[in-house]
Design a protein around this ligand. Structure first.
Ligand SMILES: C[S@@+](CC[C@H](N)C(=O)[O-])C[C@H]1O[C@@H](n2cnc3c(N)ncnc32)[C@H](O)[C@@H]1O
Length: 265
């Protein structure tokens, strides 16, 4: 076994990072091993980077209970109950919790620009597919999601029938395996900034590889700690700089709790 194999095995053996995509651990671990001569120091640094990418979010979710609640709501046939259960689940992650206040407008405004998609990609999805009941997608729409969090992915793969849509999630690192499927709309919600921190130019690389007519790229307007001074301006400046020289059309959609851009290729 190489030093990198050892590092990956050690990280994946820890309860906190057991569910992280092994490609992510390998990618971050290789970079840290290249920087440090001592494997122990590289292991520590890899865990610290994983904490930023993965561990800083509230992952202590009871997916089994969420699934039971969704199943009960689905069996009742009551659309209101299903939405209420999805809302409660979306409230479990900061990024989707912040979207609750704008759920009724978000997809209406995005799809007014893109048209209602029949093929959706949701990159670095977190729990976002649970917002499907607000999207107004056609019954036959396909929804392909991915995230490096294996527990969220396993959970989402059981949600499709409950949400009444063809939903499939894959456990993947989009910086290692950029998605290859075609789509009408690809969501890259509140993840571009993290991709840039993981790899300079990473978000643009993913956007360039996308085989989607429209990409919806968004940024948070407040930090996890609740502070938001200047975030909107800074993220917008970084986003515009990233797209400089690309022949893509950009439509800005400033929501109260999220700054979104529709990028049309
Ligand atoms: C702030 S959350 C946003 C979740 C969701 N897109 C939303 O806005 O509701 C960032 C998500 O990106 C995922 N992520 C970060 N880097 C990733 C990568 N390289 N490949 C796949 N997923 C990634 C994390 O696991 C996390 O679920």
């Amino acid at each position: 076994m190489s030093a990198l194999d050892d590092l990956v095995a050690a990280v994946l053996a820890t309860p906190k990072y057991r569910a992280v995509c092994p490609d992510t651990v390998r990618r971050l671990g290789a970079a840290e091993l290249a920087r440090r001569s001592r494997p122990k120091a590289a292991l520590k640094a890899t865990k610290a980077r994983l904490h930023q990418v993965f561990g800083a979010f509230d992952r202590a979710l009871d997916y089994g209970r969420l699934l039971e609640e969704l199943s009960t709501a689905h069996t009742s046939g009551d659309e209101g109950a299903l939405r209420a259960t999805c809302r409660a689940a979306l409230a479990c992650h900061a990024s989707t919790r912040e979207r609750l206040a704008i759920l009724d407008r978000f997809y209406a405004e995005v799809f007014a620009v893109t048209g209602v998609p029949a093929r959706v990609l949701d990159l670095a999805c977190g729990l976002h597919p649970l917002a499907i009941p607000w999207m107004g997608l056609p019954r036959e729409a396909s929804y392909r999601a991915c995230d490096l969090d294996g527990r969220a992915v396993a959970f989402l793969n059981r949600c499709g029938p409950l949400l009444g849509r063809d939903l499939e999630a894959s456990h993947a690192d989009i910086l290692c395996s950029p998605p290859t499927g075609e789509a009408d709309v690809a969501f890259l919600l509140k993840a571009a900034a993290s991709l840039e921190r993981q790899e300079r130019g990473g978000a643009l690389r993913v956007l360039e590889a996308l085989r989607a007519r429209h990409a919806v790229v968004s940024y948070p307007v407040a930090s996890l700690g609740g502070r938001g001074k200047g975030m909107r301006e800074n993220y917008e400046a970084g986003f515009r700089q990233m797209l400089r020289g690309r022949p893509w059309r950009v439509q800005r959609l400033p929501f109260a709790t999220e700054l979104a851009f529709v990028v049309t290729k």
